[in-house]
Design a protein around this ligand. Structure first.
Ligand SMILES: Nc1ncnc2c1ncn2[C@@H]1O[C@H](COP(=O)(O)OP(=O)(O)OP(=O)(O)O)[C@@H](O)[C@H]1O
Ligand SMILES: CC(C)(CO)[C@@H](O)C(=O)NCCC(=O)O
Ligand SMILES: [K+]
Length: 247
């Protein structure tokens, strides 16, 4: 079985694939640190024989994680690396090594799906937006704070903005004017995110010409307002990872 890992700044997303047939998913999860991840992986009722990983964490943190997985599971861990071209896409950064690997793999995964002009939006710790033209040229992109960071900044830099996770979640059931602190903050940041995404999709149409396909991925994909047709692809990074690290 193949173990795939996507190590973001907040969470490690993982899944186990059966390489035979359609590559069905035998298990998946989200972990915050290596110890919890290994406990989960070791309790799986399957034998992992291969592993591929992408990380946007520091080199030292990534090396520790890779070492721990290799030792515990007794497998070689293949890591996605930066490249100038992959899967028909050309990296648009002046220094291609600087482009976040999660962004790169999501871009490559999206282009494989549409083979045409597209926008890739990843709603994670950060909200990233990347533009790819018809020929697979990555035009570059944008990095902005994600929903959790937006609200956390307000909480951190004020004295009287105080509420818990449960209140935060409840507040997001609507975008009507907030009648409590949690509603006011959560809905304010959500509306900011919605307007930002709308404006990014509009400007992408300008840069790419016509109507590009819009792909959305990341842990906060459920926060998206359904104002126009978009393709939600939760495993876009894993799709790119399979291209970067064929097994
Ligand atoms: N089961 C879950 N556990 C934790 N967070 C979740 C879960 N489902 C959705 N989320 C949301 O996903 C967000 C994190 O998204 P994601 O996992 O894509 O981030 P990340 O990969 O760590 O970030 P990045 O790659 O941008 O550094 C959190 O802000 C949280 O609101
Ligand atoms: C932007 C994030 C944090 C999104 O996960 C990641 O892709 C990253 O650390 N990128 C490096 C900086 C860049 O992409 O320009
Ligand atoms: K991510």
């Amino acid at each position: 079985m193949i173990l795939e890992l996507d190590c973001g700044n907040s969470f490690i997303k993982w899944r186990v694939l059966d390489p035979i047939g359609q590559g069905s998913i035998l298990g998946s999860g989200i972990a915050t640190e290596a110890d919890g991840l290994l406990v989960e992986l070791l309790s799986l009722p399957v034998t992992i024989s291969k592993c591929r990983l992408v990380s946007v964490r520091s080199d030292s943190e990534t090396a520790l994680l890779v070492g721990a997985i290799a030792r515990s599971l007794g497998v070689e861990v293949l890591c996605a690396a930066a490249s100038e071209k992959l899967g028909g896409v050309t990296n648009g950064y002046k220094d291609f090594q600087r482009l976040g690997l999660d962004r790169w793999l999501a871009i490559v995964g999206a282009y494989q799906l549409c083979r045409g002009p597209c926008v890739v939006i990843d709603l994670g710790t950060a909200v990233t937006v990347d533009l790819i033209d018809e020929g697979g040229q990555h035009l570059g992109g944008y990095i902005a704070p994600g929903m959790s960071l937006l609200t956390a900044q307000l909480r951190t830099h004020t004295k009287r903005i105080l509420y818990d996770e449960q209140e935060a979640k409840a507040a997001l059931s609507d975008v009507a004017p907030g009648r409590s602190t949690s509603e006011a903050v959560e809905r304010g940041c959500l509306k900011m995110l919605h307007s930002y995404i709308e404006s990014q999709i509009d400007s992408a149409a300008h840069y790419l010409g016509g109507q590009p396909e819009v792909f959305v991925t990341g842990g906060d994909v459920s926060l998206l307002a359904e104002r126009r047709p978009v393709k939600k692809v939760p495993d876009l990074v894993f799709k790119g990872l399979a291209i970067a690290c064929p097994l």
